[in-house]
Write a new protein. Structure first.
Length: 507
């Protein structure tokens, strides 16, 4: 379905794009158009074909069928470098610059201002400062890039990408690690680029951001085009229906289903803290209870979770598990006491992409037994098969590499790894970040179900609506202090949580 054609010629037209990998057809006859001076959302569930389409456009993959036109001229893009030469630049979720180099050096890396074969550093810094100022940014271009927060590094990546004659800028999940203020700065830069007639492809799982910043959207599902719309013409319910191919039901009932009877205390932390990381806090986690943690990025949510798992060692306070003292000097101590942890960065700290799904799932249980007592292969196969089925991990092939799965299915593999150990407490740090709405709903329902079966859950999310839907109790953090503990109910709203974060009132 194609609607609302802008009254101008597209800067980019992809027609009939198809791409197949062995038995998997990643794209089937996909059309995509991009017009000058627009911010265009590319949407779909994980595995819908967004990344493949981008990689075809940027020359990472060759296309099997179809054509690409840039400014009305047919082009065959052979490599990422060729794409850049044509005016197509990409900024990925992970900043891939050099933190040890200065801002100016990163912006002009490989394109330094030279004279007589010598780099003219003063002119390079001046040119970088002029570029930075064009976007309303105030940075010391002579400072190391690594001295700036991730959001600023992301903006420097964008400045570097558009310093040449960029016609098309692709932003792949640029806001996944940014807080609200940082997103506001990024959007300001994007609007300036739109005013300069740069066409922007914006990939994001945050629907609110799509409706705030984008002009049009293209939706893919199962490698096929299912809709192209003006953002103003398609509401959120209609968008979700297009993305997953059905009504998204059951989310309203999560709050009720997660209200199962709460049992005894599984873990009690008293005065637990680590200097420079998280101020001493007291927290109880009970069986059948979901405790959500809310706060801005850098507020101490992850630091709190890492102390409870022994990934960081506390220098104050104590922890009791099932009423007895627990010395959590490392993750092995925590695992032995029935504590499981899915970290925020699932690719760097959780999943081992090169290993198979089977090997990833069995990793924690084998670690508990010790490597001198390998699990029998028959038992491994039975357990892996059970959890692949229970969590609906797709494709349901235990021998494929975990790194080849979509983000939502990678998260399910991590959950399977820990559930197989039958933990008492499950700590989930941003378990739905960077995954599509369908997989997000599945994981939220799973968390509610696990709590209903008596598992204690500590749930961290930057999305307040998600915390409110799932949690019995909400811990609010600000400036690395646990400032409030709220019993969830009708009077606990996003506005109240935001006010608590803003005021920092200890309760």
């Amino acid at each position: 379905m194609v609607e609302s054609v802008p009254p101008m010629k597209p800067v980019l037209r992809m027609t009939g794009i198809s791409k197949q990998f062995t038995a998997v057809r990643a794209l089937s006859d996909v059309d995509f158009r991009l017009f000058p001076g627009e911010i265009h959302a590319l949407l779909g569930e994980n595995g819908a074909g967004k990344s493949t389409l981008i990689k075809v456009l940027t020359g990472v993959y060759g296309l099997d069928a179809g054509s690409v036109e840039l400014d009305g001229q047919a082009v065959r893009i052979t490599s990422p470098h060729h794409a850049q030469q044509l005016g197509i630049s990409t900024v990925y979720q992970e900043v891939n610059l050099c933190p040890n180099l200065t801002v100016a050096e990163n912006i002009f890396l490989g394109r330094e201002v030279t004279a007589a074969g010598t780099i003219r550093w003063r002119h390079t810094r001046k040119a970088a400062a002029e570029l930075i100022s064009r976007f309303g940014l105030d940075l010391d271009v002579g400072a190391p890039l690594g001295s700036y927060p991730l959001a600023i590094q992301q903006l420097v990546s964008i400045v570097r990408a558009v310093q040449t004659t960029t016609k098309v800028l692709i932003l792949d999940e640029p806001t996944s690690s940014l807080d609200r203020d940082e997103v506001h700065v990024l959007f300001s830069v994007m609007r300036k680029l739109r005013e300069q007639n740069v066409a922007i492809v914006f990939v994001s799982h945050f629907l609110d951001q799509i409706y705030e910043i984008c002009d049009r959207m293209t939706v893919l599902r199962n490698g096929r085009l299912v809709g192209e719309h003006l953002v103003a013409d398609l509401d959120r319910v209609g968008l979700v229906r297009l993305m997953i191919g059905k009504e998204l039901t059951g989310l309203e009932a999560l709050a009720e289903s997660s209200r199962a009877a709460v049992g005894g205390t599984v873990l009690h932390a008293e005065g637990l803290g680590r200097k420079g990381r998280i101020a001493p806090f007291t927290l109880d986690l009970r069986s059948g209870e979901v405790v959500g943690l809310a706060g801005l990025l850098g507020s101490g949510r992850t630091e709190l979770a890492r102390l409870l798992f022994g990934a960081d060692t506390a220098d104050a306070g104590k922890v009791d598990v099932d009423g007895t003292p627990a010395a959590l000097r490392g993750p092995h101590n925590a695992i032995a006491r029935g504590i499981a942890f899915c970290p925020e960065n699932r690719r760097a700290e959780g999943l081992i992409p090169e290993l198979t799904v089977r090997e990833n799932i069995i990793l924690a249980m084998q670690a508990v037994r010790g490597w001198t007592r390998p699990l029998p292969r028959e038992r491994v196969d039975e357990l892996v098969s059970r959890y692949i089925s229970a969590l609906d991990i797709r494709p349901a092939d235990p021998e494929i590499s975990a790194g080849s799965l979509s983000g939502g299915n990678q998260q399910k593999v991590l959950l399977a790894r820990w559930l197989i150990t039958e933990p008492k407490l499950l700590i989930l740090d941003e378990p739905t970040r960077g995954i599509d709405v369908g997989a997000k709903a599945e994981i939220q329902k799973l968390v509610a179900s696990l709590a209903g079966e008596g598992l204690a859950v500590l749930y961290i999310s930057a999305e307040l609506e998600e915390v409110l839907r799932l949690s019995h109790t909400i811990g609010v953090l600000r400036d690395r202090h646990l400032v409030a503990r709220l019993d969830n109910g009708p009077d606990v709203t996003e506005e109240r949580i935001l006010q608590t974060i803003a005021s920092g009132a200890h309760t």
